[in-house]
Design a binder for this molecule. Structure first.
Ligand SMILES: NC(=O)c1ccc[n+]([C@@H]2O[C@H](COP(=O)([O-])OP(=O)(O)OC[C@H]3O[C@@H](n4cnc5c(N)ncnc54)[C@H](OP(=O)(O)O)[C@@H]3O)[C@@H](O)[C@H]2O)c1
Length: 253
């Protein structure tokens, strides 16, 4: 039974990995999906796949680190599809390495996407989500913020990524308290290591270190996290999954 019929979900970072898998799962559950990222071609391919399966998808090329582009993505969603019931704040970058001599552009990029981008999307989406909770088919709306195990545990070589994801956790809990009486559920998802493109953007020596650290582990698939997100947004109105930590079984820390 498609539980999300009549709803609209906007997924940031839908051009690969967890975002792409989430778009497919939510579309399969009956939601119209809005695919947001910078690589338009990848989004178009995904949209074709979704419409081929009988779903509805809208592609919006946007850099969420730009306030204007994040706002435009939300505005265009509501203009073209009439509403917004679910925001999956998933776009993110993970650029690891020691603090000493780190390229500052890497820190700036993580702050721009993981923190500012998430805040811009949340800010723009909030009035629409609150409206959807009042008049939507489900009488409830969802904001799912993708953090990480790195949002709970700090590790050597992960300082700024840790900072951004701890920030996502703090913001999510504060916002949850602000809006939960109005039936907008704010949920935090904290995946362990997932097989995606995330680590590929690191410098070669860092990539090697990451691969070594997790060499023995069978990683999560993006689909595993997408299933967790689908579980969150398909709960009955009186159930809110506030926080969900999901690791590969073999991952110790
Ligand atoms: N993979 C893991 O092990 C893991 C673990 C814990 C948490 N996470 C979190 O999961 C989320 C998704 O990551 P993933 O693992 O699926 O990695 P991924 O495959 O690299 O996906 C990242 C997505 O973010 C988008 N993105 C990056 N910068 C953007 C920007 N400025 N504006 C709009 N979109 C942007 C990328 O699209 P474009 O490049 O096309 O813009 C891409 O679609 C991230 O927040 C990450 O921190 C991942």
């Amino acid at each position: 039974m498609p539980e999300l019929d009549g709803t609209v979900s906007l997924i940031t970072g839908a051009s690969s990995g967890i975002g792409e898998a989430t778009a497919l799962v939510l579309a399969g559950r009956g939601s119209a999906v809005v695919l947001v990222a910078r690589r338009q071609e990848r989004l178009e391919q995904l949209a074709e796949r979704i419409s081929g399966d009988g779903g509805r998808a809208l592609v919006i090329e946007a850099d969420v680190g730009s306030h204007e582009q994040a706002e435009r993505a939300v505005d265009q969603t509501v203009t073209e599809l009439g509403r917004l019931d679910t925001l999956v704040n998933n776009a993110g970058v993970m650029l690891l390495g020691p603090v000493q001599d780190a390229p500052l552009e890497e820190w700036e990029q993580m702050l721009a996407v993981n923190v500012a981008g998430l805040l811009y999307c949340a800010h723009a989406a909030l009035p629409h989500l609150l409206r959807a909770a009042e008049d939507g088919p489900r009488q409830v709306a969802d904001m799912v913020n993708i953090s990480s195990v790195a949002g709970r545990v700090a590790r050597l070589g992960s300082g700024v990524y840790n900072l951004t994801k701890h920030g996502v956790g703090a913001f999510s809990e504060s916002l949850r308290q602000e809006v939960t009486q109005r039936h907008l559920r704010v949920s935090l998802v904290e995946p362990g290591v997932v097989e995606t493109e995330l680590q590929s953007h690191n410098r070669p020596e860092i990539r090697e270190q990451i691969s070594e650290t997790f060499a023995e582990i069978e990683r999560l698939r993006a689909q595993d996290v997408a299933d967790a997100i689908a579980y969150i947004v398909t709960r009955p109105r009186h159930v809110a999954i506030n926080e969900l930590l999901i690791r590969p079984t073999e991952q110790e820390r």
